[in-house]
Design a protein around this ligand. Structure first.
Ligand SMILES: [Cu+2]
Length: 202
């Protein structure tokens, strides 16, 4: 190897190292920013620990406590075994621009002590104007998929993102189901089939 070639390779290695460190720092900064945003969001939603406050703000119960068996079906979403709980949907906000501080759905788990706020969800309908997959807190939404029948019409093709802000999830904060949440105390448990995926924007 000539001296210049050796120096050149060395230079590339140094450059790669510098770029790597810079990208690493940028990622860490983005993660910190997301963490701060998530903390702010949790604070602003704490009032909904009382579900009647949620109802007054038009987050209305969809009654069924949704859970999944963890089956894998070709062409359908994969939901790890676990529950989503009872969705309280704020219908007027669905289809409006995505607001990280105002999730479209609050999720409650029926417990011995009543309904416990465990998570939130954002819904983005698929429209002819959709150019790309929505993201929030550095997370890509799941979908597009059909509406979650029978509580939501199949025609409601959408993307969604769950965040388990108020209950640890061993599968990660943004996993769609939470194995630590259960519908065993629900009056209306609803075992749902994985939702069918739909074609998205090119
Ligand atoms: Cu959900």
């Amino acid at each position: 190897m000539t001296r210049t070639a050796r120096l050149g390779r060395c230079g590339v290695l140094v450059l790669t190292g510098v770029l790597g460190a810079w990208l690493g720092a940028a990622t860490a900064r983005a993660e910190d920013a997301n963490k701060a945003d998530i903390e702010a969001l949790k604070k602003s939603l704490a009032k909904y620990e009382d579900y009647t406050a949620a109802v007054r703000d038009l987050y209305l119960s969809t009654v069924g406590c949704v859970h999944y068996a963890g089956e894998k079906i070709a062409g359908a979403m994969y939901y790890p075994k676990g529950a989503m709980g009872i969705h309280f949907v704020n219908v007027p906000s669905v289809g409006k621009p995505l607001d990280p501080m105002k999730p479209n759905v609050l999720i409650y788990e029926p417990t011995k002590k009543g309904l416990k706020l465990v998570g939130v969800e954002w819904l983005v309908p698929l429209t002819p104007d959709t150019k790309e997959v929505p993201t929030l807190f550095g997370q890509k939404f799941m979908g597009p998929m059909e509406g979650h029948y029978p509580l939501i019409p199949r025609e409601f093709v959408h993307y969604d993102l769950h965040a388990w802000l108020f209950r640890d999830n061993p599968n990660g904060m943004f996993s769609p189901t939470n194995p630590k949440v259960t519908c065993s105390r629900a009056d209306f448990p609803m075992l749902e089939k994985p939702t069918k995926m739909m074609p998205g924007p090119m």
